[in-house]
Design a protein around this ligand. Structure first.
Ligand code: ATP
Length: 237
């Protein structure tokens, strides 16, 4: 049984149908990439899973349990954490306070402290800046903080929306390195990326989302070798 199973999901905004019968799955500790052009529905898919955009039809099950009708904070409690696009850390809170918020579902403060120390082990740059205001971090550091914050919630699945967006190549490499480390620790990762080349190089499987529909799926290497993917997403037309 997959950790996350999305079946025939439909979601949208007023008259806009952003997702049309989307079915995907993520296994325990599996790294799965969703690639697609602007407006394809990638963020909507992640927001439906995290409960921010309620599905209009279809089912989402996580560890065998339906997420239907659950509020976003209840979904976090089930073990799904999202690091949203645009970083959305709290600029006027310190790095430490931002990280503590990632553990809001845990009453055990010792565990939260332990998780923060562990996150700082993955991202030493955050450990050096625990007292600094989030808003004063560089773009790459804010992205790292967003991922680290998601980890403090001890997720079984993390949803990552464009983690490489706007980052310098060296920082992108670091962020992708950490993403790989997450799945190596048994955390499932659903990765939405415009950087299709990098995403498919890391992912064990991937899906292509086009105007709300899954049009292709396969292993990372299969998709990276597919002529249609190469033409449309790898700039090799
Ligand atoms: P990008 O890579 O550009 O972020 P995306 O693949 O994540 O794109 P979504 O943001 O999921 O795509 O958008 C899917 C569709 O839903 C688009 O047509 C978009 O205009 C529309 N949409 C997204 N959010 C809203 C909203 N809050 N209200 C109305 N329409 C929306």
């Amino acid at each position: 049984m997959a950790l996350l199973e999305v079946t025939d999901l439909e979601a949208g905004y007023g008259p806009i149908r952003a997702l049309d019968r989307v079915s995907i799955s993520v296994g325990e500790g599996e790294l799965v990439a969703i690639i697609g052009a602007n407006g394809a529905g990638k963020s909507t898919l992640l927001m439906s899973i995290s409960g921010v955009v309620p599905p209009r039809a279809g089912t989402i099950t996580f560890a065998g349990r339906s997420l239907a009708g659950l509020a976003p904070h209840e979904i976090v409690r089930c073990g799904i954490c999202q690091a949203p696009e645009g970083r959305r850390i709290f600029p006027r809170l310190t790095v430490r306070e931002n990280l503590e918020l990632g553990g809001f579902t845990h009453r055990d403060r010792t565990q939260v402290r332990h998780d923060i120390a562990e996150a700082c082990g993955l991202f030493p740059v955050l450990g050096e800046r625990l007292g600094q205001l989030g808003g004063t971090l560089s773009g790459g550091e804010q992205q790292m903080l967003a991922i680290a914050r998601a980890l403090v919630g001890r997720p079984r699945l993390v949803l990552l929306d464009e983690p490489s967006l706007g980052l310098a190549p060296l920082i992108v490499a670091k962020v992708f390195e950490v993403i790989t480390a997450l799945s190596a620790r048994g955390i499932g990762v659903l990765l939405v990326e415009q950087n299709a080349r990098a995403a498919l190089a890391l992912a064990s499987r991937g899906y292509v989302l086009e105007t709300g529909r899954i049009t292709l799926t396969g292993t990372g290497p299969e998709l990276a070798a597919d002529r249609r993917v190469r033409d449309a997403y790898l700039g090799e037309g």
